[in-house]
Design a protein around this ligand. Structure first.
Ligand SMILES: *[C@@H]1O[C@H](CO)[C@@H](O)[C@H](O)[C@H]1NC(C)=O
Ligand SMILES: [Cu+2]
Length: 365
């Protein structure tokens, strides 16, 4: 895991560059952080890994990380995942915010780059890179098990609201509020999006909330079936049959992604959803569907659509997407290009799914 190594280096360098702020515009902080990090981390990287054509370090993927269903993890792995996640959310280690947590750093990136990460072509590769950043931090926080996705196939027949997942993660309280039970009871999230200024975070520690919901428009909202009726083999078949990348991206983002964010509700419906443990399991499931599509069509590098960029002056620009587009999480993670995360075992990626949809094995190099 080159990510964890890099991260330790970055963390050591960057802890010195902390800054406190109530309402945070990251740009000045990020620039300061980057200015410091470049000089110290680059030589180390080059010493360990030959640079790729684009100047980034490459990993030889000899031992792909196993990605399995949450239900395949051993009890010990699930316990370790849970305690590492809680460790990650403990205040003190943040790179960006004085007294904050690693989770705050992830949340800051997710809020700050909301327009780059969502509703444009980068949704899939950007979240794939984000998952990798998450697991690097999980490993720094002690996790040694396999990476996990929420296997929705396992749960759609019995009702998403009855999923065994909620025995591991706790449920909601039936009316919307802090997680009432399970190992994440009492979890806190450090940041909230500033609703008036997209991309800006407010440092405001608060309990992580949930509101399981089947009908967002009902007033008061109903607990409902969490859109169980929307999930079945036919929607998976629709995803897998997508004729091109742009169609697939749009339908994954609008359907399973948006429905599940809404169905879990509370924090999950905000850009601070990173504090909800199910966020990471859901996003790996979405990644698994994308990877299933890639494998089925034999096209790992198909990428198209538009990307959105928010400039420092607040303006937004829309450009034709390219594999050479940068993915840059403010220095929390390697600066890479979309190309570097398109293939599960090339560029900076090195993982293999236990099962892909359509009964495929995640074979190939
Ligand atoms: C499968 O889900 C879709 C929506 O995603 C729905 O329209 C369809 O009726 C469902 N099919 C079955 C057989 O339940
Ligand atoms: Cu997201």
């Amino acid at each position: 895991m080159v990510g964890s190594h890099l991260f330790v280096v970055l963390a050591a360098v960057l802890l010195a560059a902390q800054c406190a702020a109530k309402t945070t515009s990251f740009w000045p902080h990020i620039q300061a952080i980057e200015a410091r990090s470049v000089a110290t981390t680059v030589p180390d990287l080059e010493a360990r890994n030959p640079p790729l054509a684009n100047g980034h370090s490459s990993v030889k993927c000899t031992h792909p990380m196993q990605r399995v269903s949450w239900y395949t993890l051993t009890d010990a792995e699930r316990a370790s995942w849970t305690s590492s996640f809680r460790q990650l959310s403990k205040p003190g280690k943040s790179i960006f915010i004085k007294g904050g947590s690693f989770m705050d750093d992830l949340t800051l990136v997710h809020i700050g780059l909301q327009e780059e990460l969502h509703y444009n072509s980068c949704f899939l590769p950007c979240h794939s890179a984000f998952l990798r950043a998450f697991y690097s931090l999980m490993r720094v926080s002690g996790y040694q098990g396999r990476e996990a996705y929420w296997d929705i196939e396992h749960d759609w027949t019995h009702g998403i609201q009855n999923a065994a997942l909620w025995r591991s993660l706790g449920t909601d309280d039936g009316k919307g509020g802090p997680i009432p039970n399970g190992p994440f009871r009492g979890s806190h999230c450090g940041l909230l999006p500033n609703t008036k200024k997209p991309g800006y975070s407010v440092y405001k520690p608060h309990p992580v909330t949930r509101h399981f919901n089947g009908d967002w428009n009902a007033k008061p909202p109903a607990r409902g079936d969490m859109y169980t009726a929307h999930f079945n083999q036919s929607i998976i078949n629709t995803f897998l049959a997508a004729p091109d990348y742009a169609t697939l991206r749009r339908s994954l983002e609008d359907n399973i992604h948006a429905w599940m964010h809404q169905a879990i509700g509370g924090e999950m419906w905000l850009f601070s959803a990173t504090c909800e443990p199910a966020f990471w399991l859901l996003h790996m499931e979405i990644d698994r569907i994308w990877r299933s599509w890639q494998h089925l069509h034999g096209t790992y590098f198909q990428y198209a659509g538009h990307r959105r960029i928010r400039h420092k002056d607040g303006s937004t620009e829309i450009k034709v997407a390219s594999l050479d587009d940068p993915i840059d999480f403010y220095g929390l993670f390697e600066k890479v290009t979309v190309r570097d995360v398109m293939h599960p075992r090339r560029g900076i990626m090195c993982f293999r799914y236990e099962h892909l949809y359509n009964n495929q094995l995640d074979t190939g190099r």
